[in-house]
Design a protein around this ligand. Sequence first.
Ligand code: SAH
Length: 351
Amino acid sequence: MEFNINNAISELRGTHSLDDSSLKNLITSEDTSPLHEAADIERKRVYGDAVYIRGLIEFTNHCKNNCFYCGIRAGNASLSRYRLTHEEIMDCCREGYALGFRTFVLQGGEDGYYTDKALCDIVYDIKSLYSDCAVTLSVGERSRESYKKLFDAGADRYLLRHETADPKHYAKLHPNSMSLENRKRCLWDLKEIGYQVGSGFMVGSPYQTLDNLISDLRFLQELLPDMIGIGPFLPHSDTPFGDFEKGSLKMCLNLISILRLMFPYALIPATTALGTIHPSGREMGLKAGANVVMPNLSPVKFRTLYELYDNKICTGDESAQCRSCLEMRVSSAGYKLVTDIGNVRRDELEK
Ligand code: SAH
């Protein structure tokens, strides 16, 4: 049957699914205003014009892994490494709380320095001081026991992108020491323990095919995560993928809209990578269906050292500047930044 974009959109909106071939047509579509409009209607139905802010604290750039795309990979010898102390992390939260943040996202490389005990103490202290806030962790693959301890210490949410749901593609992006199987095990463990879970993937990573992207969407349909983060792949010059092309902005925006229609309840960020690939990328992401922004709360002196890819934006601004800049961007796109804790609206899944 010939592809008709309006039929495909209404089927996706009505059933939250679609056959592979129509999905591929939507992902690569050039005529995307009906897709973005439908996604915008859906986000407004579930979340109104609210955009949630999460304060991102990039607390360590040490990493034991060697992901071929990532600027803070262990093999990048030209990077100077830093860690925030317990106190420095608490300072970021204090500043963030005063600025209206009610979610703190602690993100970092896989850094053994932060034992379960050290991380649990940090989580516990943040939750004790700011009981009206959510703590999100994004510190990679750990054991189920470790995830359970961190959950019991008070962590509410966990971000762990699956990166690609095709095992062969996964093996092209990561060294042999890493596996999709373990990444998925982590995601299921996190979910069973009771975290609100975020997953996602890069758009346009090296060797990625359209079939890989379909696998990504199918995996998300199994996992049903609360948060879904996607962004374009951007090369970093000190990695094995330094000479690869960056991902496509258009495809990324199409995928945000598809995700909104498939998972109406989901929290979907307009990511920093989107803001890096285009000066108005995050605004475009919001208009395509995203409803979360994650300004940086890390101390400015460390920001350039958490460069996952070249030319990452917002490395020079103080936290307060980042917040007001984003507030302006969100309202220029026609939405409203809210200081709510911003939990997922799961009940919408049933509708
Ligand atoms: N160590 C943590 C945090 C990783 S950084 C973890 O494993 O989850 C957060 C995300 O940045 C990654 O999941 C990846 O999808 C993205 N990222 C890393 N390098 C990138 C690049 N070169 N271009 C675009 N996104 C990248």
